[in-house]
Design a protein. Structure first.
Length: 282
């Protein structure tokens, strides 16, 4: 397992990879769209698998939802794509370590965020064509799920966003410390299960949810104002949870490591490998 100091450097180098990718905007767009799609796959899987439990008011519903949604972040990390919520931790760490500038970090994050959104809307349109949410328990769960998000206050959205990305970025932070794919998959699973089963808010997952609603799925009166409110307050909450509570806190605990200085440990080249994986694959 990598030390805390080495893990900060892993993420700082990952921020450099993201910054390099952003120099070719079309590559960043496609990578971000893929992540938006993979998270949307998690949404649809959750509504389909947990729908019968939720409709039947079975207490196991939230547990099932969290268990299956874990597939989304696992695919993002192992298949390779750029996700805004994890970038909210990684890019600030890169700026703190002076691997990239704060302005560059903000620009890349916005690029990833809107690329995720494009992917989510394209994916939502395709799901509309399949008709799989038009009837049955999956459709009922989706409609109630979206309705709940519209009813939350801005403060609730913000703090649920904070807690969501504390758990998501904890998983990404811890996965970078581990040396095996199995270990990475396990910690990602537990982090995602915790945030879904608890009812916290993930801004990229909500992109697909609202995109479907705006296209008429669920029969609810969803407005662009509802969508914008969710994106702003959940997005800010995610940024605080991932960037401040996890990223800045661990950077402080790890202490200072000079840029260009390779961390010393018995981990060999594992920290370089993890940096490449985090930078390119999630």
């Amino acid at each position: 397992m990598l030390s805390l100091e080495e893990t900060v450097e892993v993420h700082a180098h990952a921020a450099e990879h993201k910054s390099e990718l952003a120099k070719t905007p079309t590559r960043l767009l496609v990578s971000g769209m893929l992540a938006g799609m993979w998270i949307g796959v998690g949404d649809v899987l959750m509504w389909s698998a947990a729908g019968p439990f939720i409709v039947a008011d079975d207490p196991a519903g939230k547990l099932v939802a969290g268990t299956v949604f874990a597939a989304a972040l696992t695919i993002v990390v192992f298949a390779g794509s750029e996700l805004a919520t994890s970038a909210m931790m990684i890019l600030p760490l890169g700026a703190i370590r002076k691997a990239i500038t704060w302005l560059r970090a903000a620009g890349v994050l916005l690029g990833v965020f809107f690329s995720n959104m494009v992917g989510a809307f394209v994916f939502a349109w395709i799901i509309m064509q399949t008709g799989i949410l038009n009837e049955g328990a999956a459709g009922e769960f989706y409609a109630s799920y979206l309705e709940g998000k519209i009813e939350h206050t801005p403060a609730e959205l913000f703090f649920r966003g904070v807690m969501c990305n504390v758990l998501v970025c904890m998983a990404i932070w811890a996965a970078a410390r581990l040396k095996t794919e199995i270990g990475k998959a396990v910690i990602i699973f537990w982090g995602v299960l915790a945030f879904i089963a608890s009812g916290f808010e993930h801004v990229v997952a909500n992109m697909t949810t609202f995109a479907l609603g705006l296209m008429g799925q669920g029969g609810l009166d969803v407005t662009l104002g509802d969508f914008a409110t969710n994106m702003v307050f959940v997005g800010l909450g995610n940024l605080v949870g991932g960037g401040l509570v996890v990223g800045v806190a661990y950077a402080y605990v790890a202490g200072k490591v000079g840029r260009g200085q390779e961390p010393a440990s018995d981990a060999g080249d594992d920290w370089r490998t993890n940096a490449k994986e985090v930078g390119v694959e999630e």
